[in-house]
Design a protein around this ligand. Structure first.
Ligand SMILES: Cc1cc2nc3c(=O)[nH]c(=O)nc-3n(C[C@H](O)[C@H](O)[C@H](O)COP(=O)(O)OP(=O)(O)OC[C@H]3O[C@@H](n4cnc5c(N)ncnc54)[C@H](O)[C@@H]3O)c2cc1C
Length: 430
């Protein structure tokens, strides 16, 4: 076991992680790699419940660089990921506009696009194989931290209290950890958008002459751009499975469930005047395979760290992303990597120094990444077609090197001392 999963000598730091989504698993695995002792608490009893759910999710090189350090993970992911290095973009009435190639990004690392549940399952299995103490069926109701002794902990729904040197709250958009960090309850806002998402076997479309080209020759990836809507479709696993998603304006109530059922006939009402390919993809969706997910938004939180600096928010708990940023999952991995590295550098004697350094290292970067979401959405939804036809690259996805060609672990090691020194200077001035 020790050879298979190399780890640093024990640091003596006892870490409690709440939530086994991508953020919580990344934090747990990275803490284990760095020799911290981890207990991971997850409210669901059976991980199959969440590793079955979801549809397309994307990891860019800045997220997948971490997977390369987890033996076996990245190869297992690539085996089920979409095998395309481009995105074909069309006008919503069907005319081809431009192909955006991602081939040059190979030098930055791997892009992994696949089924959310299946990719999640690979990481979960890796955490299990490492021997991490994962406790399922443990719902955290509340958090606490004390000065004497200096510790943080959680209260479970059973009333049981668990404590450690630090608690990492990775329970997603409905995080309870946010209350102790902010000092007040904070509710999500509607983003004004919702997203229909579907995933189904390609045999639903292989005999349909209008869309069989999407699956007949292996994997494909295309986007259709129209007023206030973008529709993305891809085929995966050598063209044997299909998924499509489209974002649309929504003024309904806020729902945060991933399991809100959608109906193809309702989805079609948003798509008047759209091309046959889009209509046929929606109409081919089998019963029970469509989700209408309301996108929530939160303004940037003032901090990710609790008053005594022993409870920390990561992933969607700290910063929910819109899908058009294509960074929610990658940023949640970066969070775990950076926090585990800061704990390694601070040691057990100064956990608050580690958590404050984590916040400094992450805060600007993650909010800059978050801001890409609305920017891309506007680029597509409000496209000025008289200009786009002359300069099709205007609607390419922004793929910026500062964001994608980035190793969060290296950055944490390089800048840790600098951000700690900067914090001391600003504290001295107060
Ligand atoms: C079921 C599901 C399906 C999703 N599908 C997609 C998708 O198809 N495409 C996409 O782009 N994004 C999807 N997302 C969102 C995406 O996974 C996240 O935005 C991103 O990966 C960051 O994840 P996170 O770990 O911060 O939060 P999450 O992925 O939300 O994980 C939070 C975890 O914490 C657990 N938890 C919550 N409250 C408690 C508590 N009180 N005590 C203990 N455990 C708790 C939850 O059960 C969950 O496992 C999905 C999220 C979920 C939960």
């Amino acid at each position: 076991m020790a050879d298979r999963f190399p780890r640093l000598p024990p640091s003596g730091i006892k870490v409690i992680v709440v939530g086994a989504g991508f953020a919580g698993l990344a934090a747990a695995i990275e803490c284990d790699r760095k020799g911290h002792s981890v207990t991971l608490l997850e409210k669901v009893d059976d991980m199959d419940e969440i590793t079955r759910i979801g549809d397309i999710i994307s990891f860019d090189p800045n997220g997948s660089v971490a997977f390369e350090r987890w033996p076996g993970v990245v190869d297992a992911m690539e085996a089920i990921a979409r095998q395309t290095t481009w995105l074909d973009l069309y006008h919503h009435e069907g005319k081809f506009v431009t192909r955006q190639s991602f081939a040059h990004e190979k030098a930055w690392g791997r892009r992994i696009n696949g089924h959310r549940g299946q990719l999640h399952n690979i990481i979960y299995k890796h955490a299990v194989a490492r021997g991490i103490d994962i406790r399922l069926g443990q719902r955290v109701e509340d958090y606490f931290e004390t000065d004497d002794p200096p510790q943080a902990g959680v209260i479970l729904s059973t009333g049981e209290r668990l404590s450690g040197d630090i608690v990492i709250a990775a329970e997603g958009v409905r995080s309870r950890g946010r209350k102790i960090v902010l000092g007040f309850d904070e509710n999500p806002k509607s983003s004004g958008y919702a997203v229909y998402r579907a995933w189904y076997p390609a045999d639903r479309i292989i005999d349909n002459p209008k869309i069989r080209h999407l699956v007949a020759n292996g994997d494909t990836h295309q986007g259709f751009i129209g007023p206030d809507i973008h529709f993305l479709a891809s085929s995966i696993k050598n063209g044997t499975e299909v998924n499509w998603v489209f974002t649309h304006i929504d003024d309904g109530n806020i729902e945060e469930s991933w399991q809100f059922p959608g109906k193809p006939e309702e989805a079609l009402t948003y798509l008047g005047g759209w091309c046959d390919v889009v209509h046929e993809l929606v109409k081919s969706t089998p019963p029970g395979r469509l989700i209408d997910h309301k996108l929530v938004y939160r303004d940037p939180l003032p901090t990710f760290v609790s008053p005594r600096a022993r409870i920390v928010l990561i992933g969607d708990s700290a910063h929910p992303f819109l899908p058009t940023s294509i960074q929610g999952a990658s940023q949640s991995i970066e969070d775990g990597v950076v926090l585990a590295s800061c704990l390694e550098l601070s040691g057990r004697a100064d956990i608050p120094r580690a958590t404050r350094a984590y916040e400094k290292l992450r805060y600007d970067r993650v909010h800059r990444a978050q801001a890409q979401g609305p920017k891309t959405r506007e680029r597509w939804h409000k496209a000025d077609w008289s200009k786009v036809w002359k300069n099709p690259e205007m609607i390419h996805l922004p793929r910026e090197t500062w964001l994608l060609n980035f190793d969060a672990e290296k950055d944490a090691y390089d800048r840790y001392e600098e951000v700690v020194a900067a914090s001391k200077t600003s504290e001295a001035k107060l």
